[in-house]
Ligand binder design. Structure first.
Ligand code: SAM
Length: 256
């Protein structure tokens, strides 16, 4: 075989690397990033997470966004006048974000969550939403993200909850990576990275048990009304239902 013929993705990873299928997938779906976010359940997540970010992040903080995709969380961070660095290993995702947020003061870079040495000891907040589950080695990525924080800085991670009933029996398609956590294992992952975790929060208590068709534009009237009603009771559910029953988990952990 001619070694010169070895191909590479745009950021230099060989196409036969163990995450090649994942990378090809993100390259394919990047252009649809903001269309996918514009669905009732996704809008609900972003609304809840944005309000939590406003509570948790001090104005002017230095924030690193890891596995950022197009950056659905960037709006509230700009309102807080944060200094934003946004990274993703998919050049296509970075391009979508860069174009969408053009003219805003954001530093964009193609970078792998497992290799963050150049960002060490720099950030007040590291934010990683809905991405940890897809990293090849989540423990290693958690350590890399923890090292990017200054002492007293906080890591904020959202993760699919493996205990949620929609996840039972799910296996990722061959060649793709997906590691699931529950409140206990996510907390342990943060502790193993040397962080001090707070109690886990849960979001999207019922919504992901609904038929997928309900979450699309053009859902029938009765379906959209039922979905809207369920979205309305989410704040109440979050107060009374344990995170064990939520579709997504939120972890906040401090670097000592
Ligand atoms: C499900 S998307 C979530 C995107 C965004 N955080 C959001 O919540 O909309 C997962 C993202 O993680 C990125 N990703 C996966 N593995 C990565 C890695 N090792 N390093 C950096 N980004 C990665 C993908 O390219 C993709 O943009």
């Amino acid at each position: 075989m001619d070694p010169q013929a070895t191909t590479a993705t745009r950021d230099g990873a060989p196409t036969d690397s163990k995450d090649a299928k994942d990378r090809a997938y993100y390259a394919r779906i990047a252009k649809d990033y903001f269309r996918r976010q514009d669905q009732p359940i996704q809008r609900l997540s972003t609304r809840i997470e944005s309000s939590w970010l406003r509570e948790q992040i001090r104005p002017g903080s230095r924030v690193l966004l890891v596995g950022v995709g197009g950056g659905r969380e960037i709006g509230p961070l700009l309102d807080l006048e944060c200094q934003i660095t946004a990274i993703d290993y998919s050049p296509e995702m970075v391009e979508v974000g860069r174009v969408h947020w053009e003219g805003r003061p954001i530093e964009w870079a193609v970078a792998d969550a497992h290799q963050l040495a150049e960002y060490a000891d720099r950030f007040d907040v590291v934010l990683c939403l809905a991405a940890l589950n897809y990293f090849v080695e989540p423990g290693k990525a958690m350590e890399a993200m923890a090292s990017s924080l200054v002492s007293g800085g906080r890591l904020i991670v959202s993760s699919i909850n493996g205990s949620h009933r929609t996840e039972h029996g799910y296996t990722a398609p061959a060649g793709h990576h997906r590691t699931l956590f529950n409140p206990k294992s996510l907390t342990r992952l943060a502790e193993d990275a040397g962080l001090r975790p707070e109690p886990i929060r849960g979001i999207r208590i019922l919504t992901d048990c609904l038929p997928v068709a309900w979450n699309r534009p053009g859902a029938k009237r009765l379906q959209s009304t039922a979905l809207r009603a369920i979205l309305l009771i989410e704040p109440l559910l979050r107060r009374i239902v344990s995170p064990e029953h939520a579709k997504f988990l939120w972890l906040i952990a401090t670097r000592p």
